[in-house]
Write a protein that binds this ligand. Structure first.
Ligand code: MSP
Length: 486
């Protein structure tokens, strides 16, 4: 059995999850379900990043210890993922004591292998990013992402020697050979360009941050939160007995943290001669109503609330159908509602009218054995089968490329053309004229396409797929996307 190990980032747990986190998580879930349907053995990992200054600050504001604070928030993440029907196999927390031990061991090995050095460091630190920023990265003296001035920090830190020539050579080879795939292509080129421009060593310890894993060689310092976080992908396989899944097949994240996943993370593994991930994919960032999502603007979408309004599958569909995975886009409640309505008008309507007419005109559905036994039906179904197979191949190829929007468009097209076929052939006229064979053939072919649609939507809309499959068996129609209450 083919193994497939897929991950989302582990999200900072300084607040409840928002629709941005849901986006990556839903995409990962679609891939996980797709691979399970193909018969692969899947390990789908998500979780939370619980150490560092950012979490400590949020906990202090809430008047809690960081441990209590994160303990209280984890169930909120898990609830959101449950509501969104996320089929993760394991939820990972970086405060897991076993993880802490593995991280310390890993850092110890990096030191032993000669990839760590102690140095004095002075720089501009942004807590929002949990990283040092260069003077040239600032806009009007502010962090471009968090719109806050970074704080001058000067400390003695331990550095990971990312610029060591042997490491850089190995990393370049890894990426250029495609052994580590970085997608989309434009992002891959960006990463390669930046590596060629020169890598700098990075500080991997913090003297000022207390909420973190103690640095093995120096208990006065803690391990940099990003080193701790990236290692989750590795330690999870050890803690949960999934070592045979290593290395990861697919890391998913947005472009904001691609550098960590495509450069720092593989370099850490290369330094210890460990197998490196096979693919990383950086999707785009989306705005809400064309504005950056922010509490102050008040445009943050709560995934649980939006599911309550539109149902889980319409939300999953809308997120992946609205703009191409890999590009930036925009989401809004109006847009999600628009997608709900098009699902109702297209797939929903096709299911209703087909089943109603099958009942109204007493169409007898041939069993599979009958279909292949009758030359007349066989001719019809053979060409249908070929068209259907083509659609399955196309959708699978799109899923293999992580082109979720393309796959959903294709599925929509099957429903659109089937609806069109019904409109053109006017079964109601055929019934009046007593053309029973033609009538049966139009409706049976529609039913057949509905079966195909029910199969193709499994990874995207598992609940709807199940409802459809049931109705296609019982032939009793029931709205799958009922009219929304105002
Ligand atoms: N804790 C780190 C990740 C460590 S992984 C070893 C982190 N956490 S985060 O909570 O800030 O999550 C960032 C991720 O959330 C992005 O990479 C993306 O997957 C998702 N998104 C957050 N906001 C988003 C948008 N507005 N649009 C698209 N994705 C968004 O970084």
């Amino acid at each position: 059995m083919t193994k497939y190990y897929i991950t989302t980032p582990i999200y900072y747990i300084n607040d409840v999850p928002h629709i941005g986190h849901a986006y990556t998580t839903v995409a990962a879930d679609v891939l996980a379900r797709y691979h399970r349907a193909k018969g692969d053995e899947v390990f789908f990992l998500t979780g939370t990043d619980e150490h560092g200054a950012k979490i400590a600050e949020a906990a202090e504001k809430a008047g809690k210890t960081p441990q209590q604070f994160t303990d209280d928030l984890v169930p909120k993440f898990q609830e959101a993922w449950k509501v969104l029907n996320i089929s993760y196999d394991q939820y990972f927390r970086t405060t897991n004591p076993e993880h802490e031990k593995f991280v310390q061991d890993f850092v110890t090995k990096l030191i032993e292998a000669g990839y760590v050095e102690k140095r004095k460091y002075e720089g501009l630190y942004c807590v929002g990013c949990e990283k040092y920023l260069k003077e040239s990265e600032l806009i009007d003296g502010l962090c471009p992402d968090h719109k806050k001035p970074p704080v001058k920090q000067s400390e003695e830190n331990y550095f990971f020697l990312l610029s060591k020539p042997d490491l850089v050579t190995k990393l370049m080879k890894l990426i250029e050979s495609g052994e580590l795939g970085i997608a989309p292509e434009s992002r891959r080129n960006e990463v390669l360009g930046k590596i060629k421009a020169g890598l700098e060593d990075i500080s991997i310890s913090r003297a000022g941050v207390k909420w973190g894993i103690p640095f093995p060689a120096d208990p006065e310092q803690t391990i940099y939160v990003w080193v701790d976080a990236l290692l989750n992908y590795y330690t999870a396989t050890k803690i949960y007995d999934k070592e045979n899944f290593w290395p990861a097949d697919q890391h998913l994240m947005a472009k904001d943290i691609l550098w960590f996943h495509a450069v720092i993370w593989p370099a850490m593994l290369l330094a210890l001669d460990l197998p490196t991930p096979k693919k990383v994919f950086a999707h785009g960032y989306f705005t809400i109503n064309n504005q950056k999502m922010s509490k102050t603007i008040g445009n943050v979408i709560d995934p649980i609330e939006v599911v309550r309004k539109f149902g889980v599958d319409a939300v999953r569909y809308a997120l992946l159908r609205e703009f191409p995975f890999g590009e930036d886009g925009d989401i809004s409640l109006e847009k999600i509602e628009g997608h709900y309505n098009s699902l109702a008008n297209n797939i929903g309507n096709l299911l209703q009218r087909t089943l109603s007419m099958i009942n109204r005109y007493n169409i007898v559905i041939p069993t599979e054995a009958e279909e292949s036994g009758s030359p007349k039906i066989l001719r019809l179904s053979a060409s249908r089968r070929i068209a259907q197979d083509d659609n399955i191949i196309t959708v699978n190829a799109e899923l293999d490329r992580l082109d979720f929007m393309g796959a959903l468009k294709k599925i929509d097209e099957v429903a659109i053309s089937t609806n069109k076929n019904i409109a053109e052939n006017e079964p109601w006229v055929l019934a009046k004229e007593g053309k029973t064979d033609e009538l049966a053939s139009v409706l049976i072919s529609a039913l057949d396409n509905l079966r195909l649609i029910a199969e193709l939507i499994v990874p995207f809309m598992p609940e709807t797929a199940e409802k459809m499959a049931k109705q296609l068996k019982t032939l009793q129609p029931e709205p799958i996307f009922p009219r929304l209450e105002k």
